[in-house]
Design a protein around this ligand. Structure first.
Ligand code: ATP
Ligand code: MG
Length: 718
């Protein structure tokens, strides 16, 4: 079998084959979306095994998610028709590091039974340390310190390596000291945080050359997928392991680097060639995933970024039947969800599987509308890479408040929020409440009320508890004559819950605030708070885990590496996508990262991509007429079809489609199109847009000049 080309190599193009077969020495595969990078990695492992170059346990392979690791294992097994259970070192950076660390925990001051703390524990610990130092934790919040810590750990900096300047970023120069104390405490607790997993292993390797040597010998081959999103710590880790035995193969795409906000360094791609002398760099240029329209659209879009290494992409798939990338407008997000729901049902009627369909959103609050709509339609869906909307922490907290107001006997709800935000109600107080409730067989709220009449509680706890209970009393009364959505807002404000997230400095906090606003907005469709609560319990009732055919809903960030026949991309509006926060915080770099995210989104589609934008959306709490995303203007018009929505206001040739349209936006996005009146039918506008595009850019907007099949590659310079 070894003499003839084995099955698994069949169908690979020459560059792919080179990347698979060059197993000695460092290899960097730098290539665009859908060119087979992941496939090359998988095949390469199969090749290493099939040629007997290494045992399964001698291969280290890093994927971005655990799911990707599982899939890779399955494919390898399929290729070589054998058992791959021995592939113990195929996983994420974190999972691999945990494994190494368990074996050598003592060498970094832990016991092998160490625990990994979650964010909540981490914050509690930081808070204790800050307070013990006598620092004002209102001014210097635990969250802010956690973010700082995270940044340091992503850059593999131990406390000793924190410079004076960096140390000054917190509490007037106490940053390093607090970091030291935090690590001490963790070590006493026999625990580590997520960032430590890598950092400890790096320390382990640096301080124990013999241990490092063992691993260097052990891992005959190393492979890394999604290399563009590694951070400095991951890079250093890899470089340590590869010293002296650099059979390391990394595959990535600079255009898909979308985790800069989490410390990923696209420069690692440039460092690779420098640090791994004699690295073979292979470029894959043929895309096997998408139709030419999808590919041309994505390529044209990403060409607007300046910071690129530049690459060529072409496809051989070209079928006159291929659908152009569709762009559709709608009135608001509700209509967006309704229309997409209808289209999915239509696809289903034509025999398409739901598994082949995905909805990719920019911000997780956008999912709510789809989830609600799909439940109404009875359409199966799953949320990938995160909890479903109503399962999110902030949504559950808010719902717990509403439940306590509507159903005072709801103990679980009461327990959830009685001390969220923190009100100084400690375990001792809550224990008393519980004991009384059990003894008297009454609900917790009632027990709490009774306790407040006695002298049993300490005065401080009593007044805190009484204040919560009084609030609930009043909210319950007010709900009788105040609109429920208004009440919901009042409850979250007066309870201090909204404020809690407003003060929060973590990266997730703004998203959580958006989710809360979305929650309140969604209540509008119901008569009462009780009606809304009932709806949610019905939505939550269905278990999405064991459905075998379902639409996937996820954020663009979670969609990396995946592919679907049909991809819906809703919410392409300025402020949402590109996201305002990215623009505000990181300016041009932020915009470029957003654009890469758009590129990732479009390139997930194999056959069909449909982009949507709504004329109105509630952003930052208030209804706004929106401006279509600038990314729409950056699509090549000849590969795009502007879709007339039959259900839309006005209709084709009447008042223009929707309220104003995409074509018009290409000329003037400075003005929210709600205020303009357009009467030209969409296709005419599209023609005009094309002419304008050519006039502005001074060149034909056609990529593939004369249209024979495979007119040579579309070259996009960086
Ligand atoms: P991304 O950048 O999105 O992660 P990728 O470069 O990792 O993309 P893959 O997911 O490996 O690309 O491949 C994209 C699709 O093309 C997959 O369905 C894969 O099976 C298919 N493919 C890759 N190479 C070939 C080939 N030589 N012949 C046929 N199909 C191929
Ligand atoms: Mg991939």
């Amino acid at each position: 079998r070894r003499s003839n080309a084995p099955d698994y190599l069949e169908g690979l193009n020459p560059e792919q084959r080179k990347a698979v077969e060059t197993i000695e020495g460092p290899v960097l595969v730098l290539a665009g979306a859908g060119t087979g990078k992941t496939r090359v990695l998988t095949t390469r492992i199969a090749h290493i095994l099939a040629t007997g170059s290494a045992y399964p346990s001698q291969i280290l392979a890093v994927t971005f998610t655990n799911k990707a690791a599982r899939e890779m294992k399955e494919r390898i097994a399929h290729f070589i028709g054998g058992n791959v259970e021995g592939m113990a070192w195929l996983g994420t950076f974190h999972s691999i590091c945990v494994k190494i660390l368990r074996r050598h925990a003592e060498l970094v001051g832990l016991k092998s039974s160490f625990s990994i703390i979650d964010t909540d524990d981490q914050l509690r610990l930081i808070k204790q340390i800050i307070q013990a130092e006598g620092i004002d934790d209102k001014r210097w919040t635990p969250k802010a310190f956690a973010a700082l810590l995270d940044g340091w750990k992503n850059r593999a900096l131990t406390p000793k390596e924190i410079s004076e300047g960096e140390s000054r970023a917190f509490a007037g120069g106490l940053g390093r000291k607090l970091y030291e104390e935090y690590q001490d405490r963790l070590s006493i607790l026999n625990a580590c945080d997520f960032g430590d997993l890598l950092l400890h292993v790096i320390t382990l390797f640096k301080t124990n050359p013999d241990v490092l040597k063992d691993y260097q010998r052990k891992f005959r081959f190393m492979l890394v997928d999604e290399y563009q999103d590694t951070n400095i710590a991951q890079y250093l880790w890899l470089r340590l392991l590869a010293q002296g035995n650099p059979n390391v193969c990394c595959v990535g795409d600079d255009d898909q680097s979308i985790y800069g906000w989490r410390g990923a360094e696209v420069d690692n791609i440039l460092r690779f060639e420098h640090d791994f002398r004699g690295a073979v760099v292979i470029r894959l240029e043929r895309n096997y995933r998408s139709t030419s329209h999808i590919l041309a659209s994505a390529s044209h879009l990403i060409a607007h970024n300046e910071g690129r290494l530049g690459k060529t992409l072409f496809t051989d798939f070209e079928d006159p039947e291929d659908e152009k990338v569709a762009v559709a407008s709608c009135w608001d997000s509700e209509e967006e969800a309704r229309s997409i729901g209808d289209e999915i049902e239509a696809l289903q009627r034509h025999g398409h599987k739901l598994n082949d369909i995905a909805i990719l959103v920019r911000a997780s609050f956008q999912m709510r509308e789809f989830e609600d709509r799909f439940v109404t339609l009875g359409l199966n869906y799953r949320v990938i890479g995160g909890p479903r909307f109503y399962e999110r922490m902030e949504i559950r907290d808010a719902m717990a408040y509403f439940r306590c107001v509507v159903q005072p006997a709801d103990d679980l709800a009461f327990e959830r929020i009685v001390n969220t935000p923190k009100r100084g109600l400690g375990d001792a107080t809550l224990k008393l409440v519980h004991e009384l409730a059990r003894a008297e067989r009454i609900p917790l709220i009632q027990a709490a009320n009774q306790l407040c009449q006695t002298e049993e509680l300490k005065p401080k706890a009593r007044s805190a508890l009484k204040s919560v209970l009084d609030h609930f009393e009043r909210w319950r009364r007010d709900l009788e004559h105040t609109k429920h959505t208004e009440m919901a807002e009042i409850i979250l404000d007066e309870s201090g819950y909204t404020e809690m997230w407003r003060k929060d400095r973590s990266a997730e906090a703004p998203g959580r605030l958006d989710n809360l606003k979305e929650l309140i907005r969604s209540m509008d469709q119901f008569e009462s708070m009780a009606g809304f609560l009932e709806h949610v319990s019905l939505v939550m009732d269905r278990d999405s885990n064991d459905i075998n055919d379902a639409v996937s809903i996820m954020t663009l960030h979670s969609a990396k590496g995946l592919e679907f026949d049909t991809v819906f991309l809703p919410g392409w509006e300025e402020g949402l996508f590109p996201h305002q926060r990215a623009l505000d915080e990181s300016g041009r770099a932020g915009l470029e990262e957003e654009r890469r995210l758009a590129y990732v989104g479009v390139t997930r589609a194999k056959k069909r991509a449909k982009i949507w934008f709504a004329s109105n959306r509630r952003i930052h709490g208030s209804w706004q007429s929106t401006i279509p995303s600038r990314f729409l203007d950056e699509l090549p018009i000849e590969h795009v079809e502007i879709v007339e929505q039959a259900s839309n206001y006005g209709g084709y040739g009447g008042g223009g489609y929707g309220r104003g349209g995409y074509g018009a936006s290409r000329f003037d996005r400075s003005e929210p199109f709600q205020n303009s009146s357009y009467s030209t039918p969409g296709w005419q506008r599209a023609q005009k847009a094309k002419a304008a595009h050519e006039a502005i850019t001074g060149r034909s907007s056609d990529f593939r000049s004369a249209g024979t099949r495979r007119q040579g590659p579309m070259t996009i310079e960086g």
